[in-house]
Design a protein around this ligand. Structure first.
Ligand code: ASP
Ligand code: MG
Length: 417
């Protein structure tokens, strides 16, 4: 049994959905297919949600745009206008409208989780119906009733035990060979819809693979595989053929976007290989992520994390930064769920590099000021080079101001501007 994951970019228009059909047709295995919301639908829904509190007219306008985007795709895919897909999607849009304007929710996050998952409901309903109309018989599964989570809205934690029972029951391969379902979303024990965090459908695919003991997972992307650098920021890139789970964790942790950081643990636990392959060139071999012992390509790997903040702390009285001080700092960071990307210390200073994506960084600085002299720089980049050479380092750091440099045997990190 294989698990496939198709992201939004692979199904951004009717051609994409047809391409998905052609890819799936090449396989004769039992399959679970996880499909994301079409194109940039999740971003659009987030915007619609925000506008619903501010500007009703603009909100309704965006809602209508999203609706016609889906209608156009359905029109292309289903020439028979009596196909029930037309009324099904119409109905789901009505429900979405009700969540937006009719129903009341106690918190923003709760409303978010009742609203944004419609993207995955639309997409999977459409793709499943289309495959069925093309003689690729498949069963649509409502993952909101299967993947059971706690109620940490927007970052729900999966209850693996409860989910295992429901997964075995729903994906039993008794009468069906192909199942099609949503990623990123689940349901709480209280009966609300929940989400697992943005880009979470990769994680769903990995969890389903783990629970169903899949042979492998294939994530279909718009790149040939995992590249040795993000083509958005680097001119020359090459594909990695095989990397280990450990390598992949390192890359995901330091910011490589092709691999979702939460994906690797459920796969590694069951030794399930992960393939990243191209939906544009589906016959290409892609990248294999498995329990390889050694990285065997003579190719440095570059990972860039943008918008970093470097904060340095100095005790006000020149006392040493000792264990109890450090434990206080880390306690605060973990309580506020601030991920530290890199640290460096000396006898009388302690520096940390964190994402500067939200207001947490500012609060953190204010908090630190109570106990330390604090210096900070923002708008920095954290550049990680795995399997580095002097040449590789020169190429990417030349002319840049380096704030911190750290090297271990296989990895070099630079905090730079
Ligand atoms: N559609 C969701 C998002 O864009 C989940 C996913 O694509 O993984 O974040
Ligand atoms: Mg998506």
């Amino acid at each position: 049994m294989l698990v496939f994951k198709f992201g939004g970019a692979s199904v951004k228009d009717s051609k994409g959905v047809e391409n998905l059909l052609n890819i799936v047709k090449k396989f004769s295995d039992n399959l679970v297919i996880v499909v994301s919301a079409l194109g940039k639908t999740t971003n659009a829904l987030e915007e619609i949600l925000k506008l619903s509190f501010e500007e009703t007219d603009k909100c309704i306008n965006k809602f209508e745009i999203l609706k016609s985007y889906h209608s156009n795709i359905i029109n292309d895919l289903f020439p028979d206008k009596n196909n029930t897909i037309y009324s099904e999607i119409e109905n789901e849009f009505k429900k979405l409208y009700n969540v937006l304007f009719e129903e009341k929710y106690d918190s923003f996050d709760l409303k978010y989780d009742q609203l944004v998952p419609f993207g995955e409901i639309f997409s999977t309903t459409i793709v499943s119906a289309f495959l069925n109309s093309q003689q690729l018989s498949n069963k649509w599964i409502d993952i909101r009733k299967v993947l059971i989570t706690d109620d940490t809205y927007r970052e729900a934690k999966i209850d693996m035990e409860l989910t295992k029972v429901k997964v075995d029951d729903s994906f039993n391969f008794k009468n069906d060979k192909i199942y099609l379902t949503q990623g990123f979303i689940g349901g709480s024990k209280k009966g609300f819809v929940t989400t697992l965090g943005r880009e979470g459908s990769d994680y769903t695919a990995a969890v389903l693979a783990n629970l169903l003991n899949a042979e492998k997972v294939i994530v279909w992307k718009d790149v040939e595989g995992v590249l040795n650098a993000d083509p958005q920021y680097f001119i020359e890139t090459e594909k990695l053929n095989k990397i280990s789970y450990q390598e992949a964790v390192e890359l995901a942790y330091f910011g490589a976007k092709v691999i979702h950081p939460k994906m690797l643990k459920p796969l590694h636990n069951k030794n399930i290989p992960l393939y990243v392959r191209s939906f544009i060139n589906p016959d290409g071999p892609g990248t294999e992520i498995d329990c390889f012992k050694q990285y065997d390509q003579d190719l440095p790997i570059f990972v860039l994390k943008k918008d970093q903040m470097l904060i340095s702390l100095f005790p006000k009285d020149l006392s040493f930064v000792m264990e109890d001080e450090l434990s206080k700092i880390f306690k605060y960071l973990s309580e506020h769920r601030i991920k530290v990307n890199l640290i460096q210390n000396s006898a009388i200073s302690f520096s940390l590099c964190i994402d500067n994506a939200n207001s947490k960084a500012k609060q953190l600085i204010e908090r630190f000021k109570e106990d330390y002299k604090v210096l900070y720089n923002d708008q920095l980049e954290l550049l990680t080079i795995r399997h580095y050479s002097d040449d590789a380092i020169n190429k990417v750091t030349k002319g840049r101001k380096i704030y911190i440099e750290q090297r271990s045997r296989h990895t070099a990190h630079f905090v730079i501007r």
